[in-house]
Design a protein around this ligand. Structure first.
Ligand SMILES: Nc1nc2c(ncn2[C@@H]2O[C@H](COP(=O)(O)OP(=O)(O)OP(=O)(O)O)[C@@H](O)[C@H]2O)c(=O)[nH]1
Ligand SMILES: [Mg+2]
Length: 214
């Protein structure tokens, strides 16, 4: 993994996490292939790429190391090693998979809180597969409310609709700008990740859930 030492230049580490099959790799591939970046992609390995993003004004180039991880439980120990130096985490669920949404709180935010630097990580929530509107089980309003609770940026998108990449790019740019400003102000966000109702199962929107399951 890339070094994250203070003063090592403007480089940030970004990780994709979330359940298996929600579309992490599909979104990661968009970063690899999209023409919005004006610099060439550097492929480090199948799960890691390097891309530059320009923030500002005043304009500055930030080097992003972007890591795709596997959602299956058997890879969890391996995945954790990426949390320590991560600056930004994309927390991905599928709008067609209720468990993948509930696991964001029940599994993935806890994993981040336990394994990142003091919870010093910017989280972006992505509801993927928005093209599958007929199969939706996670209402937009519930996801928004959840993201607000955790002070996360949130978008819904589809990895297969090319137009949606701009949303993702914009939200990432905002997060990168925020992290860079915080680092300049004194190294780190010093923001503890909230663990809400730690031991309770995540509330389910049963009315919606049963409606969708009929
Ligand atoms: N309809 C639709 N299908 C998608 C979308 N994103 C991903 N998929 C499909 O969902 C399946 C899983 O996608 P992946 O990107 O491999 O999922 P993953 O999160 O990387 O899964 P793991 O690597 O096992 O953790 C594939 O068949 C994709 O083609 C999307 O936005 N819309
Ligand atoms: Mg994958």
């Amino acid at each position: 993994m890339a070094s994250n030492a203070a003063g090592a230049g403007k480089q940030l580490q970004i990780i994709f996490i979330g359940d298996s099959d929600v579309g992490k790799t599909s979104i990661f591939k968009l970063f690899e292939n999209h023409e919005v970046f004006q610099s060439p992609v550097v492929t480090i390995d199948a799960q890691t790429i390097e891309r530059n993003i320009v923030i500002g004004p005043p304009y500055e180039t930030v080097k992003l190391y972007i890591y795709d991880t596997a959602g299956q439980e058997r890879f969890r120990t391996f995945t954790r090693q990426y949390f320590r130096n991560a600056d930004i985490a994309f927390l991905v669920f599928s709008i067609t998979d209720g468990d993948s949404f509930h696991h964001i709180r029940e599994i993935w935010i806890k994993e981040i809180a336990d394994n990142s630097r003091e919870g010093d990580i910017e989280m972006i929530l992505i509801g993927n597969k928005s093209d599958l509107a007929d199969e939706r089980v996670n209402p937009l309003s519930t996801s928004k409310q959840f993201a607000d609770q955790y002070e996360m940026r949130f978008i819904e998108m589809s990895a297969i609709k090319n137009d949606d990449f701009q949303k993702l790019y914009d939200v990432l740019k905002e997060a990168v700008t925020h992290v860079i400003i915080k680092k300049k102000e004194g190294g780190g966000m010093k923001k503890k990740i909230k663990i809400i109702n730690n031991d309770e199962p995540a509330p389910r929107d049963d009315k919606w859930y049963s409606k969708c399951r009929i």
